[in-house]
Design a binder for this molecule. Structure first.
Ligand code: ZN
Ligand code: ZN
Length: 411
């Protein structure tokens, strides 16, 4: 339920645990116009925590939709150089970045997918210098959710609108541990647990993974030598701890861009730029998608694969089938939530944080060691109740990681 008191506490969690705002620091706050009331609470908490100044930028899916409907392809692909300058300058000055999401999963339903794809890719290219600053963890950043009307109606179609919104707030609060007596402490414990799994994986010497289930997934993933398994809180290059995603349940690393072979079948729909892709599968050979299909939204996959490097993987993540989000039984139609309900892979860019020293590498150097780079990073879910994941070391030692969708050992 959205109550001012709980919302204030949630705003405080975002500022303290999410970006872990430092005294005197600048803040970039991106928020949906629909959640202006909540954004103001976050803004206030930022100042209360000692923010020097906050750059609040509202965005509006409905306005974006109108633009994609009427503006020419030429206009949509000509992004003025100054468009992302303010946030880029702020980020260079060390601002923490907060993004509040409440996206309508069907925001762009029915819009010409080619035009939409071209426009979005142009935006992504223009935004790249900003994106790289937080990809490299030069600043603290966090992506969090607020309940939106259209989103809530999609998640709870049977509920009356106002009730759906309240139910969605409850789900957000539950999965971000806001319903525990001390959310900050709960997050510290949760992060600690995820770190233990990472430590185990990092010490295990695993160089290859095999994933399989009864749906037809049978995939071999070679890891990049020296790649790090990460999960829970992250640290900036200056050593400030933060939570990049709230919620988060994953432990992830970087696959080698040329060492993925076999088939993977999706288990949850993927909402890509307001288009729903469902019942899809990919066949990989030497790291590249060589064949694919979908029951719904295949044309969006055609768009994604226009970027050659989106045919390759940038992330493999393990998430127990019994995670808090998975157990909620709710399909959120939002990657922030659904990726934390299920084991997933990402098409496109890998995280430089997965490879020590990669933040200083050029694109060519990254590709040489096997780290994929693209304009997008698109997560999709393949976890299931019967998923089995096995790790293999260089010497061929077999280490069971997941049995029946969950960790094969405790942390
Ligand atoms: Zn992930
Ligand atoms: Zn991801």
């Amino acid at each position: 339920m959205y109550r001012e008191e709980t919302a204030k506490a949630y705003a405080k969690l975002i500022i303290r645990t999410g970006v872990n705002l430092q005294k005197g620091q600048l803040v970039i706050l991106n928020a949906p116009i629909e959640n202006a009331e909540f954004a103001r609470l976050v803004l206030e908490e930022a100042y209360r925590a000692g923010a020097r100044d906050v750059l609040l930028r509202y965005f509006d899916d409905k306005a974006s939709r109108i633009r994609y409907q009427y503006a020419s392809e030429d206009a949509l692909t000509t992004v003025p150089a100054w468009k992302y300058t303010p946030i880029e300058e702020y980020a260079k000055a060390g601002a923490a970045y907060i993004c509040i999401e409440s996206d309508d999963p069907d925001a762009f339903f029915g819009i010409d997918s080619e035009k939409l794809g071209k426009g979005m890719n142009a935006e992504a290219r223009a935004k790249k210098p900003f994106q790289q600053i937080f990809d490299k963890n030069e600043i603290q950043w966090t992506v969090v959710a607020a309940a939106g009307r259209e989103w809530a109606k999609k998640v709870f179609p049977e509920a009356e609108e106002e009730w759906a919104v309240q139910k969605l707030w409850d789900a957000i609060y539950h999965t971000t541990r806001m319903d525990t007596p001390d959310p900050e402490k709960a997050w510290a414990e949760h992060s600690g647990r995820l770190r233990k799994y990472c430590d185990f994986l990092n010490d295990s010497g695993i160089t290859r993974l095999h994933l399989e289930n009864s749906l037809g997934t049978s995939l071999d993933i070679g890891l990049i030598p020296g790649a790090i398994w990460a999960g829970g809180s992250e640290k900036t290059v200056k050593g400030v701890e933060f939570e990049a995603n709230m919620p988060t349940e994953e432990v992830f690393t970087a696959p080698h861009r040329e060492k993925v072979d076999g088939k993977v079948c999706s288990t949850l729909p993927l909402n890509y730029q307001g288009v729903l892709i469902d019942g899809f599968w990919f066949e990989f050979q030497d790291g590249q998608v060589v064949d694919y299909g979908a029951k719904q939204g295949k044309e969006a996959l055609d768009q994604i694969f226009q970027d050659e490097n989106c045919r390759r993987l940038g992330e493999v993540a393990l998430v127990p089938y019994d995670s808090l989000i998975s157990r909620s039984g709710i399909l959120f139609y939002s990657t922030l939530f659904d990726e934390n309900a299920s084991c997933h892979l990402a098409l496109g860019s890998g995280y430089t944080s997965s490879i020590p020293g990669a933040e200083r590498m050029s694109r060519e150097e990254k590709e040489q060691i096997g780290l994929n780079e693209a304009y997008s990073h698109i997560d999709f879910m393949f976890g299931s109740a019967d998923l089995k994941a096995t790790g293999y070391t260089e010497e061929g030692r077999e280490i069971p990681l997941f049995e029946n969708g969950n960790w094969a050992f405790g942390a």
